[in-house]
Design a binder for this molecule. Structure first.
Ligand code: ADP
Ligand code: MG
Length: 298
């Protein structure tokens, strides 16, 4: 990977949550590099650490150990002031619940203006920019509607416009389509792809929806606080995104799946593979045949 193009570099990130008598290790030494202009999806079971990672990238959750570099600089070495600037101007968030994204007593256009207060823009410029963003997400006709007067999908589109208000270089969406139907979900995914292509925006989407794999460069699977596998879109499919979003091809065709080998030489074998190989013990044998590594039952 070209280092100059790296936007985010997660180096052995660990997050431990401590409450009275339990300790939860939400991230367990997670390594991950993300290029500028990439669009990627993160999938994984509930509790696997997806939101923890997103919040950490968004500057909301300090790692217990490990480093997170942004454009080569240690994000959590910044001063509080620099962190506030980062969260306000460099990164946009879209949450699953639209109630967390939008203020109920403001119209669409007013909601989009909220993050722009204090940005030095004049009132007129703020309004113009808000209307431009609404147009970009296809909702010009809802400028004066309140969240309650819009569908879930429309609210999420407005939320995307809010997240883009201050021209962030990074857009983070944590299960943005978790609460909408599949048609709406597909529309929102197409919107993410379009924003990625037209604005060159780096986008990370946490999702349950495997269909999203058609639309993104990489799909990362997170399990137990680490990236376990990665699906990378094959070059020949990069130019045919539209056909892919129509759902004619499965991601097994369009993407190549890799397992992640960490710095310590560990690789995770998923339950399915272990079961099919009949491996049920804690100990396995590893041998080398030519340039192939064979793992067998004890
Ligand atoms: P996901 O988004 O993949 O469902 P999370 O990142 O939210 O997973 O959570 C990972 C683990 O960390 C879970 O076991 C969760 O219960 C725990 N966890 C997350 N946030 C907190 C918190 N603020 N306090 C204590 N435990 C937490
Ligand atoms: Mg979550």
């Amino acid at each position: 990977m070209d280092e100059k193009n790296t936007l985010i570099d997660c180096d052995a990130l660990v997050k431990i949550y401590k409450s009275k008598d339990v300790e939860v290790m939400a991230l367990q030494g997670l390594d991950l590099k993300i290029n500028k202009g990439e669009i990627l999806a993160i999938i994984g079971k509930s509790g696997s650490g997806k939101s923890t990672l997103m919040n950490m990238i968004g500057g909301l959750e300090r790692p217990t150990a490990g480093k997170l570099y942004l454009n080569g600089e240690d994000l959590y070495a910044r001063t509080d002031r620099e962190m506030v600037d980062y969260r306000k101007n460099k990164v946009g968030f879209v949450w699953q619940m639209s109630s967390r994204n939008l203020l109920p007593y403001l119209t669409s256009v007013e909601n989009i203006e909220v993050p722009m207060y204090g940005s030095g823009r004049k009132k007129k410029q703020m309004r113009e920019r808000a209307l431009m963003l609404l147009d970009m997400v296809g909702l010009s006709h809802k400028a004066n509607s309140y969240p309650m007067q819009m569908s879930g999908g429309e609210q999420q589109r407005v939320a995307i416009a809010v997240a883009l208000a201050n021209e962030p270089e990074l857009l983070l969406a944590d299960e943005p389509t978790g609460a909408v139907d599949s048609k709406t979900s597909a529309d929102i995914q197409a919107l993410f792809r379009r924003l990625n292509e037209t604005l060159g925006l780096t986008i990370i989407i946490v999702t349950h929806d495997m269909k999203l794999a058609h639309n993104v460069d990489r799909v990362l699977m997170i399990s137990d606080g680490k990236i376990s596998t990665e699906k990378v879109m094959k070059d020949e499919y990069r130019k045919t995104m539209q056909a892919l979003s129509d759902g004619e091809l499965s991601s097994n065709t369009t993407h190549e799946e890799y397992s992640i080998l960490d710095k310590a030489g560990r690789v995770q074998l998923n339950e399915d593979i272990l079961e099919r190989a009949g491996i049920d013990s804690k100990r396995v044998k590893i041998k080398l045949e030519g340039n192939q590594v064979i793992i067998t039952k004890e």
